[in-house]
Design a protein around this ligand. Structure first.
Ligand code: AMP
Ligand code: ZN
Ligand code: FE
Ligand code: FE
Length: 283
């Protein structure tokens, strides 16, 4: 069984539509793929319909943008009820903040590079949570950078003066909301030390107490010493251990299925989640 529980579509900052993503998962011979767009579940319907036709089992998911005491944290959620009012309210707030922040960023970037707000909108898929990757794509389209990764490296990285922060949910509150919505929270790439500041063991202990289900240990951005640390913590706190690609289509080098999750871990996630998998009858 090949199970990949972290992939993005054009509903956030991936380059494949949800339909294309599920088809590519089938081509990559995945048995199970989770669609985990940033702060949105707008891609679920298309993905579910495609999964039931293509022999891939689809797990409905999302990746929520959070903060733990000022440090950015990405929280995956699987099988939550998307219409749960506190979740809807929180996501509305985050998505609005993303939009406001993107406008401010584009105003600053536009002083030095030839892009407009309309150029960024043109790079943003319908229903998508707008973010730095869309600004990066506008810079690529304008010929300023050769690709998204270069635009990040040179212009949009976290320490760049063009990078503005936005309101994000409190990680502990989000774990509680996900559980209340019948979802299963898994901390995404918690050891991505070259990309961001990390939260310490104490933060993960507090998240576990609030209802965290697992840690995404096998992710290309978690180097070996971090994986060892996270495996020990998972053992100590009785957390599930997942592995995933964080595929973004052509937006990043990550390939579908480059890391995978064992079947027994998926079954435990499904057992804890409110919504079942879609298209599982086809495999
Ligand atoms: P934002 O949420 O708007 O702050 O943008 C962060 C997103 O940009 C994350 O989802 C990453 O997947 C993506 N990202 C971060 N660094 C890079 C990079 N070097 N190349 C391509 N995408 C990146
Ligand atoms: Zn992303
Ligand atoms: Fe992430
Ligand atoms: Fe991601």
């Amino acid at each position: 069984m090949k199970i990949d529980l972290h992939a993005h579509s054009t509903v956030s900052d991936g380059t494949d539509t949800p339909i294309q993503l599920v088809r590519k998962a089938a081509e990559a011979e995945l048995d199970v793929v989770a669609l985990t767009d940033h702060d949105s579940s707008a891609g679920w319907d298309d993905a579910v319909r495609t999964a039931s036709r293509s022999g891939v089992c689809l797990i409905r998911g999302a990746e929520f943008t959070c903060l733990w005491q000022g440090v950015a944290v990405h929280m995956l959620s699987y099988l939550h009820e998307p219409a749960f009012p506190p979740l809807v309210e929180e996501l509305h707030r985050v998505r609005q903040a993303r939009l406001d922040r993107a406008r401010v960023m584009v105003e600053m970037v536009a002083q030095d590079f030839p892009i407009t707000w309309e150029d960024v909108v043109a790079q943003t898929g319908p229903g998508a949570a707008v973010g730095r990757p869309h600004v990066a794509d506008a810079l690529v389209a304008a010929g300023v950078a050769p690709n998204r990764t270069a635009a990040f490296k040179e212009i949009l990285h976290s320490r760049s003066p063009y990078c503005v922060r936005h309101y994000s949910s409190d990680a502990i509150v989000m774990v509680e909301i996900i559980r209340a919505a019948g979802g299963v929270p898994v901390f995404a790439h918690p050891g991505a030390i070259h990309r961001q500041r990390l939260v310490g063991d104490q933060a993960i202990m507090e998240m576990a107490e609030a209802g965290l289900a697992g840690l995404e240990v096998y992710h290309r951005d978690n180097p070996a010493p971090q994986r060892a640390r996270l495996l020990a913590l998972a053992e100590q706190l009785d957390l599930l251990v997942t592995g995933s690609s964080d595929y973004h289509g052509e937006g990043k080098a990550n390939r579908l299925g480059e890391n995978t999750t064992p079947l027994e871990v998926l079954l435990e996630i499904v057992a804890q989640g409110e919504l079942g998998p879609a298209g599982a009858d086809k495999i």
